[in-house]
Design a binder for this molecule. Sequence first.
Ligand SMILES: Cc1ncc(COP(=O)(O)O)c(C=O)c1O
Length: 311
Amino acid sequence: MNSIFHTSEVFVSQNQFVAEFSNSVILDIKREDLLHAEVSGNKFRKLKYSILQASELNRTSLLTFGGAHSNHIAATAAAGKLQGIPTIGFIRGEELEFQKDAWSPTLNYAASCGMKLKFLSREAYRQKGILSFLNEIRSQFPDAMIIPEGGTSELAIKGCEEILTEADRDYDYICTSVGTGGTMAGLVNASSAHQNILGFSALKSAHLSEEIKRMTHKKNWNINSDYHFGGYARTSSALIDFMNDFFRKTRIKLDPVYTGKLLFGIFELAQKNFFPKDSKILAIHTGGLQGIDGMNERLRKKAQPQIITEL
Ligand SMILES: Cc1ncc(COP(=O)(O)O)c(C=O)c1O
């Protein structure tokens, strides 16, 4: 089968200079968002080995979990369509089953890719990691490859290790946004001992460091929890203003849930001289741009400024 993930090929994304701060601190961005039009950023890395394994094991579908705006749901639906594997998405929010007109752009997109959507109550959704619940799903879909929420698994971490290449060894700091921690774990595994991997938490969670410790044995990393803006998918006008200003200056779009907060944090820390003189920083653009339309819908309803995507 023709695959968007050619088995042995490691895809290399371009690093783009974006800023020089005082103290001669340089910031480049790794444009993982440009890896693929529909399966972009860390989703490409996280899905690669799971999808290759699904075809090796003759799995007849991909089954996964996510919220109504999930980048992972959108990417899995797109990858399934491109690879010719049916996809099933278990979505948080049973009320959506009978309110098609309230579907997010993400759900409409996933459905247009052919993903079969199944809606779960919030209570049932919380059980998605529990063995008995998974066994029940396995019995209903015995030939499906089950991929966890957010796509994080050992195979996903292996895929994320391919984000960094030899050419990135010169960077002192590798900065990334953190949700489940899989992307960060891959970066830590692939880093050199002299590099600091700095993860910016996109959500309010006291457990992220514990999660990362479970996924990597290396110690050259830290989590910064000062830039989640009140929690997962929460925004502020300062964040939206920053993202719009960043887009006007660099022509690089950021998403409001992950990369916008990451870049806001890096800029503020650089301005506070957190990074030592002459530091070279590489920020990973993990994609997520499909979420902009859904966020703009919500901002419009609250009569708040929108994220701009055109100049
Ligand atoms: C665009 C984007 N960036 C970063 C992350 C965080 O990745 P992880 O869940 O591996 O920490 C996600 C979520 O998976 C994401 O969708």
